[in-house]
Design a protein around this ligand. Structure first.
Ligand SMILES: C[S@@+](CC[C@H](N)C(=O)[O-])C[C@H]1O[C@@H](n2cnc3c(N)ncnc32)[C@H](O)[C@@H]1O
Length: 348
């Protein structure tokens, strides 16, 4: 495939609060502005894979821009949200009516399960009760509505604590909780994040990137674009997700232990993923990895060097950027580090 070089610009701002991606505050979400800028340069109707798709930012943006896009993630909440984004029902009036009916049924319930204690401590008791009422009907929701449900839980947890939580203080509780009407926030989310996307092919799988060739046939993809689990091994089951998992009584620690999370095995795991990518990519495919520096024991490890050592692909380009105004920047300010982000482009 003939293609010009891809350009990667420095980003000043990474947030667009009025996009579909504000549906849920997932940890480590890639900037949709960045994803869009990169995907715009890729040829339409090609096949793109994000093997660590999280909540589907890249998958959604690629579909929106006319590519056929596929994603894989091993964190169930991320899978539901990514699937919700690419399958939003088009008729918002009907959808809102269905959700209003669901809320009405929830309000009338006579018996409601108690919220798990670890989650309950973050909420006003009445808000917690409303969440559990709606949760009773969880299995009747489609994945888009489930995503709004998760998003509304996060928003009300923050609201019950005076909207004071920041990216570094999620879970820091105020002793007296404020009452936030969960039903209202839930409905607002359903309306606010309603951005149905076109009908280009798109699918996300709950699966392991170390076993991609079990999901996809060899020589399938023209492009891979991903931000892999971070070098400093962020916990993708913590933060607001921990609250959601506690409410749903999911075994969070088991989910966590299956993710690429542990720095000791990181190199082996990533090598497995890269070898699997080699199988499922076409010859000539371009593989774009957004990585970054890692500070271990006061030593800065360069992300691009680390990945190049274990990659079976030919390096085409490495672009280094300073972090835009994100939690990575906050981390750097707190820890007095000056880490950089690198975008690697490989070719098979
Ligand atoms: C940096 S995040 C990607 C975030 C995503 N770009 C977004 O915007 O939401 C890395 C993702 O890798 C996932 N992950 C970790 N180990 C995995 C594995 N073995 N297979 C598939 N996904 C995995 C995590 O659950 C997390 O969602």
């Amino acid at each position: 495939m003939i293609m010009q070089t891809i350009e990667f610009k420095e980003l000043k701002s990474v947030n667009n609060p009025n996009s579909i991606h504000g549906i849920y505050p997932y940890r480590g979400k890639i900037s949709a502005i960045d994803a869009e800028m990169i995907i715009k340069q890729l040829p339409k109707e090609t096949k793109l894979l994000d093997p660590f798709c999280g909540t589907g930012t890249i998958v959604y943006e690629a579909k929106k821009l006319g590519l056929n896009s596929y994603g894989v993630d091993l964190n169930p909440i991320a899978h539901i949200i990514a699937n919700g984004k690419i399958n939003i029902p088009e008729n918002i009036n009907q959808l809102a009516k269905d959700v209003i009916d669901l809320v009405d049924k929830a309000k009338k319930l006579e018996n409601v399960n108690e919220m798990n204690e670890d989650a309950k401590r973050h909420f006003h008791l009445q808000t917690a009760n409303e969440i559990m009422r709606v949760y009773t009907f969880f299995n009747e929701m489609n994945d888009y509505v489930k995503s709004c449900f998760f998003g509304a839980i996060s928003l009300t947890a923050r609201g019950c604590n005076g909207y004071l939580w920041t990216s570094t203080s999620v879970g820091k509780d105020k002793p007296e909780k404020d009452y936030i009407n969960f039903y209202e926030k839930f409905l607002q989310k359903v309306r606010k994040h309603h951005y149905p996307v076109n009908h280009y092919e798109s699918e996300v799988y709950l699966g392991d990137a170390r076993n991609l060739s079990k999901i996809f046939k060899p020589d399938t993809f023209d492009f891979v674009f991903t931000s892999p689990p971070y070098f400093d091994c962020l916990d993708y089951t913590s933060y607001y997700t921990k609250i959601v998992y506690n409410i749903m009584d999911y075994n969070r620690l088991e989910i966590k232990s299956n993710l690429i999370q542990n720095f000791k095995n990181y190199e082996n795991d990533m090598q497995k993923v890269l070898n699997e990518l080699y199988i499922v990519c076409k010859t000539g495919a371009k593989i774009i990895f957004v990585v970054g520096d890692k500070k271990i024991h006061n030593k800065l490890i360069n992300g691009a060097e680390f990945f190049n050592k274990i990659s079976p692909f030919k390096t085409v380009d490495i672009v280094e950027r300073t972090y835009a105004n994100t939690s990575s920047k906050v981390f750097d300010d707190i820890n007095k580090t000056e880490r950089k982000e690198q975008i690697i482009v490989w070719e098979k």
